[in-house]
Design a protein around this ligand. Sequence first.
Ligand code: FES
Length: 136
Amino acid sequence: MRKRDANLFSRRSLLKSSFWLAIILLFYPFTKFILSLPKKRKKEIVKVGFLKDIPVGKPILKDDVWVIKIDGKIKAFYNKCTHLGCPLSFNGLIFVCRCHGSKFNLNGERIEGPAKRALKALKVKITPDKEVFVKI
Ligand code: FES
């Protein structure tokens, strides 16, 4: 009878261990996904630099913000594709999403999908001493 009790005890502890292992394996991917979600960014102001330092027709990337001087105006776009939020790169002519290849022109308008919307335009402020700030 004692041997049987010992077997039961070890079987019970094995079942307990298996249960907790199953719980960990079940929730691990979910927990990993939750932790990988991007944190919501607080509203912030990005100091881009002086107006004279922004080249015409060639965007510069500053703190997740693309800033471009085009048609005599300063435009700013968030460095995030409107499809699934991947960062963009500039190929010399247009913005291209690094993940699935959406393309946007220098005005942030969508040229080609899978993104359905234009880039998010950001508010630009130019101070009297010609310093450029962008509000994210
Ligand atoms: S995230 Fe940019 S095209 Fe999918």
